[in-house]
Ligand binder design. Structure first.
Ligand code: AMP
Length: 484
């Protein structure tokens, strides 16, 4: 196996683009996947997010398509030849950005389409011609229905985070899309976990696939140190604030089970003087983009997310992940902690576990095949009442809280614009597609059957997360990018 991108058989245009990204060596999944994809074989890859899997399929895909690349502006010269399906809008946007970045020196066009935003710019983009289309299944089928997308020339299909697509009930959509593709094509299936359903899908989709396995089956990242803090449910927020403050954490992703819980926690933390925001499926597209940007830029210190919303978030070097609630589906624990310990950087995953949560912890430990270390934080022992000083956090006035926040900010070195904002934030009217799921529970993962409305041809819960500014295809080579 080569330890250089050129040694894997990638062209000068692609190696130049990756070296501009600062990638010195291929990651293990890239070293394994790139040569077999270049050879034209189908691939079944077990790779978690954070392993560099996107470049693992995007680079060889670009190289294969570059053989037919054209600088012509004629749409006829840019039929969709690669289709990349992802479970969430956020992931779709990130994958498209990666494809665009890696392919910047090639005459290929790419575009991304997902739900929750105006379809017309997407129609316009497709009309102009696209070589590589990144899409979420639901919105792609909207385009199919409106006859605004042509899939008859697809040569390469990628199912990214296939396990998540099945969890979210997309299997019927995927099968409908598969039926629209030419029979002769290359198929690449990437999945972090391998349930029997994934194996069934792989069996029906892939022909003599090369197997690429860089993470153990259902493995958690080895770079993540994991710990359980036993604590009473009612004191989780205090403990979280204490951990963030005492550890001087500047960037922490916190998981809640429900949208409502995520909103409430973000608001309470803001009132406690910590810059916090929430990201979940009921947030409008601009709200999600703003929250994520604030978090990436370091303005938002605590981002509270639901499982669905978190999928696909690629935040480099994220040091801390906290499970405020444990997930109902044990595999989600692995996905959650995969947000940290990415690309070789070590991270810390902490679970706040109340006595009521014990029944959720056991299946997670069973999946991991080991018991997680318990550490009771002094002062937060379960069954012990909050000391007066901690109760006061909830009862101080806004002015006092702001002063406290400023003090904490000075200690931590973070900006002092803290706290009171949250109370001023108005509830924004949500677009209807984002309001579909109730405000109490983020979409429940689907194990076998998709959750479909009777009259609605697609599952109501789809494409929950967004975050992309560009919907118009661009020539990857840059100079003739049509719009951004
Ligand atoms: P992914 O698993 O595709 O979500 O990638 C995770 C992160 O690793 C992204 O931020 C990539 O930019 C980064 N990355 C991908 N390939 C490499 C590489 N060969 N060297 C260093 N970082 C990489």
């Amino acid at each position: 196996m080569s330890d250089s991108f050129a040694g894997l058989g990638l062209s000068a245009e692609l190696t130049r683009a990756v070296s501009e990204q600062g990638y010195a060596h291929p990651t293990p999944v890239q070293a394994q996947a790139i040569p077999v994809i270049l050879s034209g074989r189908d691939v079944l890859a077990g790779a978690q997010t954070g392993t560099g899997k996107t470049a693992g399929f995007a680079l060889p895909l670009l190289q294969r398509l570059a053989l037919h690349g054209s600088t012509s502006t004629s749409p006829a010269r840019h039929p969709i030849r690669a289709l990349i399906l992802t479970p969430t809008r956020e992931l779709a946007a990130q994958v498209e950005e990666s494809v665009r970045t890696y392919g910047k020196y090639l005459p290929l066009r790419c575009a991304v389409i997902y739900g929750g935003i105006n379809i017309n710019p997407q129609i316009e983009a497709l009309r102009r011609g696209v070589d590589i289309l990144v899409a979420t299944p639901g919105r792609l089928l909207d385009h199919v229905q409106q006859k605004t997308v042509q899939l008859a020339h697809v040569q390469i299909l990628v199912l990214d985070e296939a396990d998540r697509m099945l969890d979210m009930g997309f299997i019927r959509d995927i099968r409908r899309i598969l039926a629209l593709l030419p029979a002769k094509r290359q198929n690449l299936l990437f999945s972090a976990t391998f349930s029997n359903e994934i194996r069934d899908l792989a069996d029906s989709l892939l022909h003599d696939p090369a197997q690429v396995e860089v993470a153990r089956r259902n493995a958690e990242s080895e770079l993540v140190s994991q710990r359980v803090h036993p604590v009473d449910q009612a004191r989780k927020r205090e403990l979280l604030a204490h951990l963030v403050g005492s550890g001087n954490w500047q960037q922490v992703l916190v998981f809640c089970r429900t949208k409502h819980g995520a909103n409430r926690l973000a608001q309470q933390l803001s009132r406690d003087g910590l810059e916090a925001d929430a990201i979940h499926g009921n947030k409008s597209q601009p709200q999600r983009v703003r929250a994520l940007k604030g978090f990436k830029d370091g303005v938002v210190r605590v981002l509270v997310a639901t499982d669905v919303a978190s999928r696909g978030l690629d935040i480099e070097e994220l040091p801390h992940v906290v499970n405020f609630d444990l997930p109902h589906v044990p595999e989600d624990y692995v996905h959650r902690i995969g947000r940290t310990g990415r690309a070789g950087i070590s991270g810390e995953a902490i679970s706040l576990v109340s006595p009521e949560d014990q029944s959720l912890l056991a299946p997670i430990e069973k999946l991991l095949g080991r018991r997680l270390e318990r550490h009771t934080v002094p002062g937060f022992e379960p069954g012990k009442a909050a000391p007066a000083a901690q109760v006061a956090v909830r009862t101080t006035s806004t002015a006092e809280r702001r002063d406290g926040a400023r003090r904490r900010a000075r200690v931590s070195g973070s900006p002092a614009r803290i706290g009171a904002d949250a109370g001023r934030r108005k509830r924004t009217k949500q677009p209807s597609s984002d309001r579909r799921a109730s405000d109490t529970r983020e979409r429940a993962p689907q194990r076998s059957k998709p959750a479909r409305g009777q009259q609605h041809p697609r599952p109501a819960p789809r494409d929950p997360v967004g975050g992309k500014r560009k919907q118009v295809p661009a020539l990857l080579g840059g100079s003739t990018r049509s719009a951004e």
